[in-house]
Design a protein around this ligand. Structure first.
Ligand code: FE2
Length: 455
């Protein structure tokens, strides 16, 4: 698999972090040096094959110490039918994993206790990370809640039980001025749930940046479920020292157990009339791998009468006419595209390439009326800027492509029709740049045809 061009910059240390380094023992210095070598080694093998405009700088987060038991970085995610997982972090380890909640402000008629974890990463130790599942909850209802019995009250809205439902989609977020612009635009949208196809914080080994990312997204992620899957920037592995995804798995627990998966790196969920599979581009996907077998079993449970729409998300795009990351998704595509196609997946969202692209319905490398529409939407606003160079001529399957930051909105109106729009935020103005009505595959002969063939 080709090396990754997102990691063009080696680890940078602030003055404060340099001061911390002087105080660490030689053993740790060696570990840090090894870590930096790994990152730089990745950087020197990347292709400087596209020109990016000046990216916006990382946001500055003022030092804001909070009381040790006050909840920080609050976010929520779906956790099975009628249940929501509330995640937050406290400095104090003895703070309870308690969520009190109710449908009126300040009146908490229910309470749930959850679990907590923490992790150490070289000389960094995380706060206590709490995960508490609340429910059963009513659909399409605002709940007010408090975490650990302390701090401010938050509110969230549960998704509707049926159409219409609106999904916001943006990947490769990071925490720059562009990220803020994208989040502000999403906040203006009436949406029910956020889908994030990988690359969240761009912490890139600097663990405190996971914390600042958690604070940055809290206003949105505490109010609507955020369903995420991993990208390469979540790996943070160090050969012989650290396995990958330690921070990501500890902080962004998704409903993998609820969906029969053995790994937080792939899972599925259902919302309104959509079944959504969240796959891992950076874990085994070959035929007979655990992920492959789980996907096969999961897709076999899909009832298109109950969930007429079938969506898939993963980080590395399979249909990409940008020069950036060209061919990186080929192996996964070869292994898994037949499964998705046989199941009749309607839409696939991916990230990784820092630009936007939408395809026709495609399968096996060319347009196919029974294939999925693929959307690359790795344009959330990260520090690395845009991938501007496209292959020419444009492939026959590519409908729309543009290198701008932005986000997408999928409004599933009913079992047959959904409206997809992509909103770029050039000049800090939300501009609807691409839009299309998509009809579901169950309204065609495609799904029925495949069932007939299998029979
Ligand atoms: Fe990526």
């Amino acid at each position: 698999m080709a090396s990754h061009s997102d990691q063009m910059k080696p680890v940078e240390f602030t003055l404060f972090e340099k001061a911390q380094l002087k105080m660490v023992p030689n053993k740790l210095k060696i570990l840090l040096l090894l870590m930096a070598v790994v990152v730089v080694a990745n950087a020197v093998t990347v292709a400087a094959d596209y020109v990016r405009p000046p990216p916006r700088k990382n946001l500055q987060f003022p030092w804001d110490p909070k009381p040790s038991s006050q909840p920080q970085q609050v976010h929520v995610s779906l956790a099975g039918d009628k249940h929501i997982r509330v995640t937050w972090i406290t400095s104090k380890s003895s703070s309870p994993s308690l969520v009190e909640y109710g449908t009126s402000p300040g009146k908490y008629t229910s309470r749930s206790h959850g679990e907590s974890t923490s992790y150490s990463y070289l000389f960094y130790t995380s706060g206590t990370i709490h995960h508490t599942v609340i429910g059963p909850l009513e659909h399409n209802t605002v709940y007010y809640y408090k975490c650990g019995g302390k701090g401010p009250e938050f509110s969230l809205k549960t998704p509707p039980s049926e159409f219409p439902i609106t999904l916001a989609v943006a990947g490769d977020l990071g925490q720059t001025g562009w990220t803020k612009s994208t989040l502000d635009h999403i906040d203006l949208c009436q949406y029910d749930l956020h889908l994030l196809p990988g690359d969240l914080s761009y912490a890139d080994y600097i663990q405190s940046k996971w914390d600042t990312f958690g604070e940055l997204v809290e206003p949105l992620a505490s109010a609507r479920p955020w369903m995420v899957t991993q990208g390469n920037h979540e790996k943070e592995n160090i050969p012989f020292i650290k396995d990958g995804f330690e921070s990501y798995n500890a902080r962004w627990k998704m409903p993998y157990e609820e969906s029969g998966s053995m790994s937080n790196l792939y899972y599925s969920f259902e919302v309104a009339g959509a079944h959504v599979v969240m796959l891992g581009s950076y874990t085994d996907y070959d035929v007979n791998s655990e992920q492959y077998n789980w996907l096969k079993a999961d897709l076999s449970t899909v009832d298109r009468k109950k969930t007429p729409w079938l969506l898939a998300l993963f980080h590395v795009p399979w249909y990409n006419s940008n020069y950036a990351h060209q061919g990186e998704g080929d192996d996964m595509m070869e292994a898994m595209e037949p499964l998705l196609h046989a199941a009749g997946v309607d839409l696939v969202f991916s990230g990784h390439v820092h630009a936007y692209e939408r395809t026709k319905r495609v399968y096996n490398g060319k347009s196919n009326p029974c294939g999925a529409v693929h959307v690359t939407i790795g344009d959330g606003g990260n520090k690395e800027g845009l991938a501007q160079k496209y292959k020419e001529p444009s492939p026959e399957w590519s409908v729309f492509r543009e290198a701008s930051f932005g986000h997408g909105e999928l409004k599933i109106v009913n079992s047959s029709h959904a409206f997809w729009s992509w909103h770029r935020n050039d000049d800090d103005e939300p501009v609807k740049s691409d839009e299309v009505w998509i009809t579901s595959l169950i309204t065609s002969n495609c799904v029925a045809t495949k069932e007939t063939k299998q029979a």
